[in-house]
Design a protein around this ligand. Structure first.
Ligand code: IMP
Length: 426
């Protein structure tokens, strides 16, 4: 049984909560795409853990946590995440953590280039992306250019690794120069090679080929969860580049990132919030740059886990959700923050776009040219901490019924408060 968990908006939908429930009985949990641009908080036994690269299952040593082929790994961040968790008593050994030897590595050069590209875009009169500044985009650029460094390379020899790093520097230094940033000379590349071999030494017991591992688990019909990061509209093709991340945070991207074919996936859970939020730049048709947006931000505690930036907030955009259901083949939805949205007296939901003189119900490439058409719901309900669907106020039930009717899929998880326990499971 393979279940994929994906974001249906612009990230931060609360995928951690769904993972919490889905991974409890899983044998294997895989992080498939992205890097330490992601951030999710897992609460277990009253303890809070902030994770960026490790799957949320890491706090449960009986589950095998895997960092898949499609992830870009900053080994320094990964090691500090492992160390921090270990110091807090979380057991992390090769028995419960496996890192794909095909996953690519983020180098300091990538982090510098991430900043340089933002500076250059502005210099050129283009809008910056508002990246997390973690080097994610440049690392994937090198993946596509076929000279990126694999985790496998960190287990090799100094000569080969330093040659490869020097070539990465050579191909990227030009861009750094254009942004008036320091180059990476050969000496520094050699120093990086030494450091990265040390990281390899630390991580080597975890690094391996994930293929035999997955094939064995598929044969055993194990329960495998593909844990999504980011979301459908941050996808480099389905989003609005340049305002996207550099990977494919969709169900099909998760398949590629794990190295599993799409027909193995039995269930795709699309995670959404009862409103919309976005970090960074880019179009956001239902954004409320007013008191309503501020109120949602405060009520929903909408601040980035990775960067701490306040998130832009607005009404639920069901056109996006329906589109995400199609992009991902979602079989069901998980809805978070039902309690938060109920604190507003009047709630709007986008059910179509006015777009170049017509009405459409999909997300076009020029999303910024969409004017939302809204349906209004009565709010002022209290869903706080309710754990049974039948106990929800009628107004809240109507909101959920409408989401199901519009998207054509059922809502199976409903978040009614910040703690994972405050969840309705249907
Ligand atoms: P990057 O992934 O750091 O290149 O950033 C590209 C865009 O994706 C920026 O707008 C980021 O704020 C956004 N982004 C990346 N990861 C996340 C995430 O986990 N949640 C929300 N937004 C994200």
């Amino acid at each position: 049984m393979v279940t994929a968990i994906v974001g249906t908006q612009w990230g931060d939908e609360g995928k951690g909560r769904v993972s919490y429930f889905e991974t409890r009985n899983a044998n294997v949990v895989v992080r498939c795409t992205g890097g330490n641009n992601a951030g999710h908080t897992v609460v277990s036994n009253g303890q809070k853990y902030a994770l960026h690269l490790l799957p949320s299952s890491i706090i449960n040593p009986s589950v095998m946590s895997v960092i898949g082929t499609g992830v870009v790994i900053n080994p320094e961040s990964l090691i500090s995440e492992i160390r921090l968790l270990s110091e807090r008593g979380v057991e992390i050994t090769p028995k419960n953590l496996l890192i794909s030897n095909r996953a690519h590595v983020i180098l300091p050069i990538h982090v510098s280039k991430d900043k340089a590209e933002e500076v250059l875009k502005v210099k050129f009169g283009l809008s910056k992306v508002g990246t997390t500044g973690r080097g994610i985009g440049p690392a994937y650029e090198d993946v596509a250019s076929r000279y990126g460094i694999h985790m496998y390379d960190l287990l090799g020899d100094f000569e080969t690794l330093s040659k490869k790093i020097k070539f990465v520097a050579y191909m990227n230094n030009f861009i750094l120069g254009l942004a008036n940033m320091n180059h990476y000379p050969d000496k520094e590349c050699e120093q990086i090679a030494r450091e990265y071999l040390e990281y390899g030494e630390y991580l080597k017991a975890f690094i391996s080929d994930t293929k035999p591992f997955f094939y064995d688990h598929l044969d055993k019909e194990s329960s495998i969860v593909l844990e999504g990061a980011q979301a459908a509209f941050l996808d480099v093709e389905q989003g609005r580049p340049p305002f996207s991340t550099a990977s494919h945070p969709t169900a099909s991207g998760s398949c590629t990132g794990a190295g599993l074919g799409p027909l193995f996936v039995n269930e795709v859970i699309g995670v959404m919030k009862a409103y919309t939020s976005r970090v960074g730049e880019g179009p956001f048709p239902t954004e409320q740059k007013n008191e309503i947006g501020n109120k949602i931000m405060k009520l929903g505690h909408e601040y980035g886990t990775t960067t701490g930036r306040p998130r832009r907030c607005g009404w639920l955009d069901l056109v996006m959700i329906k589109d995400a259901v199609k992009i991902n083949s979602c079989t069901c939805l998980a809805l978070n923050h039902l309690d938060t949205i109920g604190k507003l007296s009047e709630i709007k939901v986008c059910i179509g776009y006015k777009y170049h003189g017509k009405v459409i119900n999909y997300v076009p490439v020029d999303h910024e040219n969409c004017e939302p058409i809204y349906k209004t719901f009565c709010g002022n309900w209290s869903a706080d901490g309710i754990t049974k669907f039948d106990h929800l106020p009628e107004k809240a039930k109507r909101y959920i019924d409408f989401i199901e009717e519009y998207t054509g899929v059922t809502v199976v998880y409903i978040g009614t408060g910040p703690d994972n326990e405050k969840t309705i499971v249907r």
